[in-house]
Design a protein around this ligand. Sequence first.
Ligand code: ADP
Ligand code: MG
Length: 505
Amino acid sequence: MGRAAAAAAVGGAVAACAVATWLVGRRVRRRRRWGRAAAALRELEGGAATSTARLRQVVDAMAVEMHAGLASDGGSKLKMLLTFVDSLPDGSEKGTFYGLDLGGTNFRVLRVELGETKSAIVDSRVETQPIPRVLLSGSNEVDFPLPIFLELFEFIARAVKAFVEKEGKGDSGDGPRRLGFTFSFPVHQKSVSSGILIKWSKGFAVEGTVGGDVARFLEEAMLKVGLDMKVSALVNDTVGTLALSHYHDEDTVAAVIIGTGTNACYVERTDAIIKCQGLLTSSGGMVVNIEWGNFWSSHLPRTPYDVELDEESPNKNDQGFEKMISGMYLGEIVRRVLWRMSQEAGLFGDAPVPLLATPFSLRTPMVAEMHEDGSPDLREVARVLEEGLQIRGVPLKTRRLVVRVCDVVSRRAARLAAAGIVGILKKIGRDGSGGFAGGRMKGKPRRSVVAIEGGLYVGYGMFREYLDEAVSEILGEEMAQSVVLRVTEDGSGVGAALLASTLVR
Ligand code: ADP
Ligand code: MG
């Protein structure tokens, strides 16, 4: 062998050796990174754990806080707002009524025609429209002739007018048309048809509205655009949902919304509403809007991701329960977990992932799509990561881990909502434990229907399964048979129209 050849051979061996070392090094690095990602997952699972025992503590805390919120204003993080709705539709209503549902990304206008026979909604039409972003979070920096909240209400009034002109040709002419206005923000109700906005939530912030009567704002806007319509009922979306469910099934005792935000209401005995002594209603009961999104308890399984999300939110220390449960936040929690895994464990390799760093870039429906991907190679997960977050070429193993993260976050949310529901049942003595006061119940439990509405519950099958399962798990199989969870589609709007009819009888 010549010198040159020998040198080449040695050089080749050195190079091969270097490549091998580099490969081994890369493998070691990868394994280490994967180890860190797996550890972060385990940590998340631990922090977000919802054992049955833990959920029962949440149930008790919810019932206790409800009680405290009924005892005095400011007695609890739960506002327990009076709605002045003391009778619910039962199927005997007649006539044509309108509903307007404002409270999320869209608003809905609808019309229901109630027939001569019981429980027959002869006809109902729903129209959904987006609200222009500038009207939702705008201040008057943008060029508008009117204060921004008047612009918002006028925009809505014009849409209602257009809808009435299109759909309402056959309306009978005696008196103004009746509207049930679903306004899904905390309102200090003055009567069933008037109320003062306490605060905005769910990303809304319209200057000038807090402290004003939202029903009057709407009526004035309708008058201004030339629409003869009266707000007969101003209700929360939970109350609308309760009303529609009750119209079909009189065993309905509570309603829950799990959409962009989350909240619940239920029928309470007036004598249990201690903060409003001497409250008299013909039915002896009143619907109470819990505003459960603001529920808080040390028993809630909170992770560092929740703490950071709250810290960086515009409504810090507010809506703690909602921030763990609702559609506005689930995607954001998952994003925070994945972002940390990408930073600390190189989950998506070395290329930058700028979209993943952007708050709210991962929306909850994307979480649902990834979580529910049934394909063996998790094609949907790859697609969502690529199309939604511009992260390409993610290996199968990593996609599996992403699905795990979605599962942990959504499962916790569903199970906490389930605990909230059982908390309400406990407060009214329908959970089989003898109620808030304790002591076992005798005899067969009464049937209780809980109406549920909202895009998260309706559109996300795994979430729904986890929630339903957890309710049974907490109640026990036998008791669970007397509790019916009933999806009430479009309940928030249709129910408000029904209430408008109940209240004019
Ligand atoms: P809102 O709460 O605004 O009145 P919805 O009840 O329709 O409206 O809820 C919409 C929210 O529900 C969305 O913002 C989203 O977070 C969530 N959502 C809707 N569809 C799905 C879905 N298929 N999977 C998961 N979440 C969904
Ligand atoms: Mg809604």
